[in-house]
Design a protein around this ligand. Sequence first.
Ligand code: FES
Length: 161
Amino acid sequence: MTTQENNLSRRDFLKLGIGALSALAVLEMGGVSLFFMQPRSLVGEFGGIVNAGPVDSFPAGSVVEFPDGRFFLIHAPDGGFLAVYSRCTHLGCTISWEADKNQFFCPCHASSFSTTGDVQNPPAPRALDLFAITIEEGQLLVNTGSITQRDRFTTDQLTYA
Ligand code: FES
């Protein structure tokens, strides 16, 4: 065996190895791409329809947080329901419910909102955004895939059972 034959076979071996590694990389990238391109069901989580539960499980006047759906379900004293997005309308920080003060509060710049989502304390420029509610077979379904902006609360925003 000559030195040139040894060099050739080493070169061929390196080419084979690089080719195999390249093919493996392409296969991995293709597999990962296919995984991310699969249609995802958003039922039950933010971006889809969230079943908040039976209508009668929310006492009038209650405010219940649904962290996975990123909303608060408000059962107004008159029996209507509102689902408000838990994002502040100022710069998008996450708000919290302060039961002792009966208000929503944004920790970023201290905006506060009433139980219907109206601005009580700026700089938030408008009321909390809404998600549509439908009631099917006694279940409250909140569509977190469609956000409705509003200036202020009006009674026609309430959904009744
Ligand atoms: S982001 Fe909420 S007050 Fe600024």
